[in-house]
Design a binder for this molecule. Structure first.
Ligand code: PLP
Length: 521
């Protein structure tokens, strides 16, 4: 493809993308294809001779669109959003055009320097303490995902712990002590923390213990439960070295009790605390949420995904650390071909030492474009509007206590609800499911379910969830919270509007009534 052909193709592609965004609401939000659909309609191998762009482009609508679930659809209310905006896309386009695998400053100084600048902007915007800024001993780095950020900091935490806890030893004695300690290391996270902490422990080669969540505050982690597990680990001869504290858990957007966690750290200062704010961290751009950063100076690292709620295209997971040297100590390996005078001078940042891969994309561009296009006020407005929509949705759900129960108070544009079996005639009485299937369901999904009422509600809620998604007008997520099956509805999509939220409520009511009538409840 030469320049003239690229110009023509790019214009056609941009036109098609704009049209897609303008009409996305007319599409079915969830794909209907069967597994393996694409293999059946694509040839066995690539063409021998190159094809014209016009022919390739046609296959977007014909072959790819049917297999897409439209995350940018205003009725996409599942999981957490993956934001996409035009400035974010432009950032991706330029990044792709420049394609600089900028692992070291020397590779392309602008890539490194823009990242440092925009992440300092973001740290200030999120009200993180000054210790997380690059002007001190900290700094930010863009990672691909919150999971990647957790692995990265867990490795740094592990090495710091092993280094510092054996600092009084030398030579072979130290090596042996480190080897012995490795087998005793435990990473911690609340049972409601995202599974990426458990996965990170797998990768880092440490044990993992889940801490029971509290029953208040949307099931956040309490200091008491944290302390009990730490004490228990120590009693067993294990060495807790790391905790993921959540600012917005996946299931209910709980915020762990940071004040109490900080209190426990006074007795256990060697434990590295990482704050996983993957989704809800975006809310910190608004002053009314900034009290959540009050204890942040007690913690070691913080990560939030601009690509979830802050209008930036995937991927833009922004990791901040209080002491960058801990990342560099753990992750810096410098063969001769990566050495250069600038790195040796110590005057530049080489982000390869702050992450797992070597090469990296120019992700700071899209963050810069988004911040400049929306401005701070635009970002705040987006958060506030979508939070308000969540509150509106929750109030609608609460207006039908005969049909729904809100499981946890609305938080960060998320509503978590259950369907209530009919009070006079328990849904369980005529749920058309064999006993064995019901037991299998309650065993696999509701380990804490003890009462028949809970089992009834769980079955009904799951049926409603499945019926809502199979209608495919809106797309929501089912979740099990401490044995209770619930439906999560998120109103944080960049295209979210009141009319869509109202329609989502109507659909839930229609489906819940329909399912309840069917099961005789
Ligand atoms: N942490 C929380 C609280 C999440 O909700 C998620 C995903 O939704 C993650 C971490 C993992 O995010 P990522 O896909 O960026 O790895």
């Amino acid at each position: 493809m030469d320049s003239a052909q690229f110009r023509k193709a790019a214009h056609a592609a941009i036109d098609e993308i704009i049209n897609y965004y303008d009409t996305i609401g007319e599409r079915r939000v969830v794909s209907e294809v069967e597994p393996g659909y694409l293999r059946k309609i694509l040839p066995d191998g690539p063409p021998q001779e190159g094809e014209k762009w016009e022919d390739i482009q046609k296959d977007i609508e014909a072959k790819i669109m049917p297999g897409l679930t439209h995350w940018q659809h205003p009725n996409f209310m599942a999981w957490f959003p993956a934001s996409s905006t035009y400035p974010g896309m432009l950032g991706e386009l330029y990044s792709s055009a420049f394609t600089t695998a900028a692992f070291n400053w020397l590779c392309s100084p602008a890539v490194t320097e823009l990242e440092t600048v925009v992440l300092d902007w973001l740290a200030k915007l999120l009200n993180l303490p000054a210790s997380f800024l690059s002007s001190g001993e900290g700094g930010g780095v863009v990672q691909g995902s919150a999971s990647e950020a957790i692995v990265t900091v867990m490795v740094a935490a592990r090495d710091k712990y092993l280094r510092e806890s054996t600092a009084h030893l030398e030579g072979a004695e130290r090596e042996i002590a480190i080897a012995e300690k490795r087998g005793r290391l435990v990473a911690l996270g609340s049972e409601m923390a995202h599974s990426s902490t458990q996965k990170a422990a797998l990768i880092a080669g440490t044990r993992f213990r889940a801490i029971p969540a509290g029953l208040e505050d949307n099931f956040g982690l309490t200091g008491k439960n944290f302390r009990e597990i730490v004490d228990q680990c120590l009693l067993e001869g294990l060495e807790p070295f790391y905790l993921t504290a959540s600012l917005g858990t996946t299931a209910t957007c709980a915020v762990d009790n940071f004040g109490e966690i900080a209190e426990v750290l006074r007795d256990h200062p060697a434990i590295w605390v990482h704050v996983d704010a993957a989704y809800a961290g975006a809310a910190l751009v608004c002053e009314e949420y900034q009290q959540l950063t009050h204890y942040m100076d007690n913690f070691d690292s913080f990560d939030m995904n601009m690509h979830k709620w802050l209008l930036t295209n995937f991927d833009a997971s922004c990791l901040f650390v209080k002491r960058r040297r801990h990342l560099i100590d753990a992750l810096s390996v410098t063969p001769s071909y990566l050495r250069n005078e600038f790195s040796d001078s110590g005057l530049v940042t080489d982000y390869r030492d702050w992450q797992i891969p070597l090469g990296r994309r120019f992700r700071a561009l899209k963050i810069w474009f988004v911040m400049r296009t929306y401005g701070v006020e635009g970002l705040k407005n987006h958060i506030r509007n979508t939070v308000k929509l969540g509150e509106l949705f929750c109030s609608m759900i609460q207006s039908r206590p005969d049909l729904f129960k809100v499981l946890t108070p609305p938080a960060f544009a998320l509503t978590v609800l259950c369907v209530v079996p009919h009070s006079k005639s328990p849904a369980s009485a005529s749920v058309p499911q064999p006993k064995a299937a019901r037991e299998a369901y309650s065993n696999s999904f509701t380990p804490d379910a003890t009462s028949q009422a809970l089992i009834d509600s769980n079955l009904l809620t799951k049926q409603v969830y499945e019926a809502v998604n199979s209608r495919a007008e809106i797309f929501v997520t089912g979740v099990v919270v401490k044995g209770t099956y619930a439906i999560r509805v998120v109103s944080a999509n960049p295209k979210a509007e009141e009319k869509y939220i109202r329609r989502a409520f109507e659909i839930l009511v229609e489906v819940a009534e329909e399912v309840r009538n069917q099961v005789g409840g």
